[in-house]
Design a binder for this molecule. Structure first.
Ligand code: PMP
Length: 409
């Protein structure tokens, strides 16, 4: 057996499809984000990052950095174990309290990433709520899909944000069948937002348990940064809120918030929680500072929304195919994986603009795109340079203009 050859074939297949990825070797510099340095074999080059999920720049915030310095000087580097065996520090306990309070819930539970929190919680839920059917939005993130699959129970997929379809599926089961409705608030690739209260209405009508992923919303929506559920006054209607510390809060780690009983059960049964070393205390310390800051400051949120709206407007004025999203996410359609990759290569090499191509399976074929994430720290000149560079490349590459064809699905 030619093992090496098999790996080569697998990589070749991705390359032919235009989906093979090369890591960009990037160094962010303290205080200078979204400017960064790109390391290449030819040397280093200054770039501007337009695809960061550190949406608010909290990974650079002085209060976060100060808290992390203090923690590392106080308790050292790692946590030293799983949560059950020496890995529960005061920082973990404090952060869980802070997150529970943020979401108006009795308790919260930390995981090493948002991915793990979805996978571990959803798979465990299905086992605890024996016989439960999961109703999953078709655009749910891979971590939710995998969690549901690992649970091994029945799954029904409802058309994206389609309440009628969800209700049709719910009606197929009697009132006594345990049901879990799993969905996201802000969908990260299309930038659209779920009708949370209407989904909760259906959950109440059909006696279903609700699970929401607010990964692309926490820190950024609601008066205290608790997400779209807070903005839409729906936090109390959702049974489990799942989110990350890696995006709006600028660090890493995931969590869920719910009743004390639900959290206690997940804590006690989820292998992805039990058998993995806990987050380093320094991460928790940074997260506490970040959550606390965004709880009381609207400055970052307001500037973030303002810059997102401004960028959408500028792109539309240039007749570039920007999708009209109700969120901070700015997708610009290319519609072909190879051209999408060529576009992002050119942006980086010629214009010092860093974005990544978004291809299948992250989005469906024919809807390949770049996904821009303007933040509160991007300035006028950077935005102008981005829009002008895109216009230049759009002309040179003969890419489709306008946005009408973006609305086709
Ligand atoms: N849920 C969604 C919707 C996501 O987009 C992501 C990551 N991109 C995750 C969960 C996983 O979060 P994390 O990056 O913290 O693992």
């Amino acid at each position: 057996m030619d093992y090496q050859g098999k790996f080569g074939e697998a990589l070749e297949a991705l390359t032919i499809e235009g989906r093979y990825r090369v890591f960009a070797d990037i160094l962010r510099r303290r205080g200078d984000f979204p400017c960064a340095v790109h390391h290449t074999p030819e040397g280093t080059k200054p770039i501007t990052v337009w695809c960061s999920n550190d949406y608010l720049g909290m990974g650079q915030h002085p209060s976060v950095l100060a808290a992390m310095h203090e923690a590392i000087d106080t308790v050292g580097a790692g946590s030293g174990g799983t949560r059950n065996i020496s890995g529960t520090t005061h920082y973990h306990v404090e952060l869980e309290r802070e997150l529970a309070s943020l979401h108006g819930k009795e308790a919260a539970l930390l995981f090493t990433s948002g991915y793990v929190s979805n996978d571990a919680t959803l798979s465990t839920l299905v086992k605890i709520l024996k016989g439960a059917v999961i109703f999953s939005d078709e655009k749910n993130h891979n971590s939710m899909i995998e969690g549901i699959r690992h649970g091994g129970g029945p799954k029904r997929v409802w058309r994206h944000n389609d309440l009628e379809h969800l209700e049709t599926l719910l009606q197929e089961y009697d009132n006594d069948t345990p049901k879990i409705i799993a969905f996201e608030s802000v969908y990260s690739m299309d930038g659209d937002i779920a009708p949370i209260n209407e989904i909760c209405d259906l959950a109440e009508k059909y006696n279903a348990f609700t699970y929401i992923d607010e990964v692309h919303a926490v820190g950024m929506y609601g008066d205290h940064g608790a997400g779209v559920c807070e903005r839409d006054n729906a936090m109390h209607r959702i049974d489990i809120i799942e989110a990350t510390l890696a995006k709006g809060f600028g660090l890493m780690g995931g969590y869920i918030a719910s009743t004390a009983k639900v959290i206690d059960a997940i804590r006690s049964y989820a292998p992805g929680f039990i058998f993995s070393t806990s987050l380093a205390p320094v991460i928790c310390a940074g997260a506490i500072a970040s959550v606390r800051h965004l709880k009381q400051s609207n400055v970052e949120r307001e500037k973030h929304q303002l810059n997102a709206a401004l960028l959408k407007e500028r792109l539309a004025l240039e007749n570039l195919p920007v999708m009209h999203t109700p969120s901070h996410i700015v997708p610009v359609l290319v519609g072909d994986p190879v051209q999408c990759k060529q576009l992002t290569d050119q942006l980086l090499d010629r214009f010092g603009i860093y974005v990544q191509p978004i291809n299948y399976p992250t989005v469906s074929r024919g809807t390949e795109r770049i996904r821009l994430t303007p933040g509160p720290l991007h300035n006028e000149a950077q935005m102008e340079h981005l829009v002008k560079s895109l216009r230049t490349l759009w002309n040179e590459m003969g890419l489709r203009n306008g946005y009408d064809w973006c609305q086709l699905w």
